[in-house]
Design a protein around this ligand. Sequence first.
Ligand code: SF4
Length: 325
Amino acid sequence: MKLSIDQNKKRIFFLTFLISYKCTNECKHCAIPGSPNQDDISMELGDVKRYLDDITSNYIVDEVGFFGGEPLLNFNLLVSLIEEVKKFNIPKIGLPTNGYWGKNDLTAKKYALKLKEAGLNQIGFSVDAFHQEFIPLDVVRRAIKAAHEVGIEWIGLVSQILGPENENNQFNEQTKNITDILSKEFEFCEVIKSELQVRGRAANQLTEYFPMMTIPSDRCLIFKVPMFMIDPNGWVFHQLCHGICIGNANTNSLSEIISDFNYRKHPIIGKLVAKGGPKNLLDIAIEKGYEPLNGYADKCHLCFSARNFLRPFYPNILEPSNLYF
Ligand code: SF4
């Protein structure tokens, strides 16, 4: 049976463009870490056109996402990028947002309508104790309402939980209160809660809320799933964990970077997927002079701490500086 061209192509479940590291907030848990003080670099339309031409010639892409920082901060650029992705008939086009743009009903509706008309069909509102430290609930409420009124197909309430969901702490209690209020008011929303991983700003600001008793040695297996992110510098990393680069799409073709990627052979990822997981990175870091803590909040805390120390030894791999301290 002769396979059609598409049937020959491999799949990418999720391809994400990180528009900019800038955000309105400085949430305590942020892995990016987004901030108003991050540098001004942002994704270029020309680069995205090139990446899409290249990747869709060789792969089937199920979903494209636009991340930040806060992706709506570069609103006109975002709209032109969504319109560009729409031309490639990629079924799902989405983004996470903190909803800061729900300043009033008129503004919220204007933003939501432009996103919808450009082709956006998925939107996740980040709502929890960490985001509501910066964004009043009424503001995000207006943004959710507007997204629904203009007919965006999928709307989610996305929350980060500190420790297991049933663990009683100040953050989880506040987050439960926030999502209970919003999910009751907006029944059309899907509620998604995930346990936060202690990396990025969380590694600096949230470790006091964890027992920190162990040196985790469980493997990290996220790299088996074909999901990729490209940042404004062209760095390509796994969509679920940023800062471990598999190449730069400004110097090599994105398709080549992805087809050549073998997670077992990567100098850092190979250590993480192997027996011992992030503890393998710790051993390398100690050899190079790193003084370890007595314990870590979770495997991501250990991994991020070791990577942060090892950056000078892995140029063009542990990048960019926006993601490290
Ligand atoms: S263990 Fe490391 S690579 Fe894996 S998700 Fe955590 S921080 Fe990322």
